[in-house]
Design a protein around this ligand. Structure first.
Ligand code: MLT
Length: 381
């Protein structure tokens, strides 16, 4: 009987498997953190948003202040952890180092308590990510966190990317961080993190596994691919970006059966509001930047062209459509680090969801080990 179910080999698309207290994705309205649409929280302070994700409601000024102080206390990695991360090889994709760094941090500083490790991870992840990017990119030694700076200001202070438009980059990275914390319970990295934790692996090991899930081009790495796509469109237009040229570029891609990056989503059926907020910021900060202009033309022409294919259920831009372009416009052109930036943010949402599943779900008993059923089917010979 079960063989007839159309849920097999569909990536569990749309199949409810649990509860998520942090956020949800409405196909028509987009992402909500608690009861707040992402648009509304996009320009809050990161500490306020993290508090909301942890507690399910907005904190009072005093509560957020206390929470920020709690993060401050734990923001610095031990000398041993710093040395271990700076001892990692520099070759290859930085996401491999990111997972390795999380495992090292867990080994050297983990307490084996989901709640305590979740707060420690949220507090320390900016320092860890800055060390990792500076080390991998050869941008120099990472300064210690500054105890007078807030969560993301501190990250920008520690990041040594050369020649950036620093004040605007601070704004962009703070927005980027907030937009990527969480995306409901079922996105791949979150699901993987919770699945690994269901075997009672500790928080850092579970997050390291989740970051490997994030590293793939169908998930977190799509932000790098989308920037590449915008650059390809720019080159194809040969300095004359207009709707006609962009349409021709897209049609050629579709004709050659190549992927159209930055469009579509498994759940959303409208433009991703996380993209909308970034488009607005790009139009405000960099209206004349050549890649921003191309990204805006793709936003306009893409849905019209993609809608012609009835098989495409969502022809609209997603979060990746403009994020890389915006970072590039601010001088952060080293696109291999866009996925670690996604990881810096998403590891917080995943950690919070793991705490729910391990410590609160099913009246505190926690969810059982993930163990779906697979049906035996011999290879076709
Ligand atoms: C995400 O933010 O995780 C992506 O939009 C993918 C998803 O929600 O499945």
């Amino acid at each position: 009987m079960i063989e007839k179910l159309n849920t097999l080999e569909t990536g569990l698309r749309g199949i409810p498997v649990g509860y998520c207290p942090t956020s949800y994705v409405d196909p028509e309205k987009g992402l909500f953190y608690g009861e707040y649409p992402i648009r509304e929280v996009a320009f809050w302070e990161p500490e306020e948003v993290l508090y909301l994700l942890i507690h399910g409601e907005r904190g009072s000024q005093t509560e957020v202040k206390e929470f920020s102080a709690q993060l401050k206390k734990e923001e610095v990695l031990s000398k041993e952890s710093i040395r271990a991360i700076e001892g990692l090889p520099k070759q290859g994709d930085p996401m491999k180092l990111f997972s390795a760094a999380l495992l090292l941090l867990g080994t050297l500083e983990g307490k084996g308590d989901y709640r305590a490790d979740c707060i420690a991870l949220i507090a320390k992840i900016p320092h860890l990510t800055a060390i990792l990017i500076n080390h991998h990119g050869g941008f120099g030694r990472t300064p210690s966190p500054d105890k007078n700076l807030s969560y993301m200001d501190n990250f920008v202070h520690m990041l040594r990317i050369p020649n950036t438009d620093s004040e605007r980059l601070r704004k962009i990275l703070t927005l980027y961080n907030i937009l990527h914390y969480d995306h409901g319970g079922g996105n791949l990295s979150t699901f993987v993190g919770k699945a690994v934790a269901s075997g009672l692996e500790d928080l850092f090991g579970s997050i390291a596994a989740a970051m490997s899930a994030l590293a793939g081009p169908r998930h977190g790495k799509a932000n790098q691919e989308s920037l590449h796509f915008v650059k390809q469109a720019f080159d194809a237009c040969k300095g004359d970006g207009n709707e006609e040229n962009i349409e021709a570029f897209l049609r050629e891609k579709i004709f050659n059966k190549e992927l159209i990056f930055g469009f579509g989503h498994a759940v959303l059926r409208v433009e991703d509001p996380r993209a909308t907020v970034q488009y607005e910021l790009a139009e405000k900060l960099y209206p004349d930047h050549p890649l921003v202009k191309i990204a805006l033309l793709l936003r306009k022409v893409g849905p019209r062209v993609l809608k012609e294919n009835p098989k495409i259920s969502n022809p609209y831009p997603n979060v990746d459509a403009i994020s890389g372009t915006l970072l590039t416009a601010a001088g952060f052109t080293q696109n291999v680090y866009y996925t670690p930036l996604f990881g810096l943010s998403r590891s917080c949402g995943i950690a919070i969801q793991i705490v729910y599943e391990r410590c609160y779900a099913r009246e505190g008993r926690g969810t059982p080990i993930v163990r779906p059923k697979y049906i035996y089917k011999p290879y076709k010979r």
